[in-house]
Design a protein around this ligand. Structure first.
Ligand code: PMP
Length: 398
């Protein structure tokens, strides 16, 4: 893997063992899984095996796993599919202001279709308050959707507690676990999750692959209609190599999650500790209950966009605002929701570590950053003491 790559969250490399598993399904095993002959049967069996691997990842039953073309589609399927199915029961949905855009945007669509959405705020570390969820539930609430962790600032949400509150009130609970799934085991046999969004790339599988877990008794409407694949919930000839790759990635992730966390978290801790020694530097998100691969800090008085380009010139890839969104100079809506000011949010740097990160990557960043930050500060229109130089920055001044 390329050294200096610290943007796992936006695009992780595919594990070579996954590539190896996929290759035969792009060459000799080309059959359509829907047909009756033996060539198609090879593909059918491969899909069945992958479905069992992804199910095992969640301790689910294979019949509860529906493959999709990515997490965006799975989120759309969960939200629109549940809303459409339950519209006669009620039209109220609860979510939060920091969800990924693939949750926020379908919810906006549903609002235009006549649903009412309560978007709960978060605190300064991006935590959602379970009591606020309880208070927001009404007689006509049909669905609660809260992501397991925030991909940008790394906050791990109390989704178990929130899901229990939803369950007690007879309300469906959906969670997008994409940001968390490489780090935190999820067991749907014990957690009251009804709908769970998964992504393949976030566990080092191919991009454009995802899945929705739908608990057995839960009924949702299909988003894509056609030939009836995926038990009628997601039509279209299956992406066999993608599904095989996702299955292999899930098997590997389940086996190595503990080891990955044990190796990566100390590197991430060192990264955060060293970054916070730099002047006017603040951690975005919590120190505890934080994704083990996420470091996100903001440097006052500079712009994150120029930081990303300068780091890239040194052979280091990082992210500024929210990963996976379109290239925009708008500050992160997640950070604004945490109460971070517009100008401060612009100076944020998100570094995400993964399976092939080494101490060398961390050393590269720690060597390259201080002179870049110093140079950008000299060029910046914002100077220490201006406008947003409040308590928070002063305590990091050296
Ligand atoms: N949910 C979360 C939390 C994400 O970080 C992402 C982007 N990786 C998505 C959903 C959407 O995934 P995709 O772009 O692969 O559909």
């Amino acid at each position: 893997m390329t050294r200096g790559f610290l943007d796992y969250q936006s695009g992780a490399p595919v594990d070579p063992r996954v590539v190896e598993a996929m290759l035969p399904y792009m060459t000799e095993h080309h059959g359509n899984p829907a047909v009756l002959h033996s060539v198609g049967d090879v593909s059918r069996q491969a899909i069945d095996a992958a479905r069992a691997q992804v199910a095992a990842f969640l301790s689910a039953d294979p019949s509860e796993i529906y493959f999709t073309a990515g997490a965006t589609e799975a989120n759309n399927m969960a939200l629109k599919g549940a809303a459409s199915r339950l519209r006669k029961k009620g039209k109220h949905i609860i979510s939060t202001v920091i969800e990924h855009r693939s949750v926020i945007t379908p919810l906006k669509y549903l609002q235009r279709e006549g649903f009412e959405v309560t978007s709960l705020p978060v605190d300064s570390e991006a935590f959602v308050d379970p009591a606020a969820v309880r208070d927001a539930i009404r007689d006509d609430t049909i669905l609660v959707s809260v992501g397991m962790a925030n991909s940008e600032v790394g906050t791990i949400e109390p989704v178990g507690e929130i899901a229990s509150i939803a369950r007690e009130n007879g309300v469906l609970f959906h969670t997008d676990i994409v940001a968390a799934q490489a780090w935190i085991p999820v067991d749907v046999a014990t957690l009251p999750f009804d709908l769970v969004t998964l992504s393949s790339n976030d566990i080092y599988g191919p991009k454009g692959m995802g899945a929705l877990y739908v608990r057995k008794a839960t009924r949702i409407e299909a988003l894509i209609h056609g030939g009836g694949q995926e038990s009628g919930l997601r039509s279209g000839t299956e992406n066999v190599p993608g599904i095989v790759g996702f299955g292999k990635a899930a098997e590997l992730a389940l086996a190595s999650m503990k080891d990955d966390v044990a190796r990566i978290k100390p590197m991430r801790d060192r990264l955060i500790d060293e970054l916070l020694k730099m002047p006017y530097t603040t951690l975005n998100g919590p120190r505890e209950r934080r994704l083990p691969g996420n470091a996100n800090v903001r440097f006052a008085y500079i712009e994150g966009e120029s930081l990303i380009l300068s780091l890239d010139m040194e052979g280091i890839q990082a992210a500024s605002g929210s990963a996976c969104s379109t290239k925009t100079l708008e500050p992160s809506y997640v950070q604004l929701a945490m109460g971070i000011k517009h100008e401060e949010a612009h100076g944020s740097l998100e570094l995400t570590l993964g399976r092939w990160t080494t101490d060398e990557d961390v050393n590269m960043v720690l060597a390259a950053l201080p002179p870049i930050v110093e140079r950008l500060r000299e060029m910046s229109a914002f100077k220490p003491g201006m406008d947003y130089d409040k308590e928070e920055f002063r305590k990091h001044e050296h």
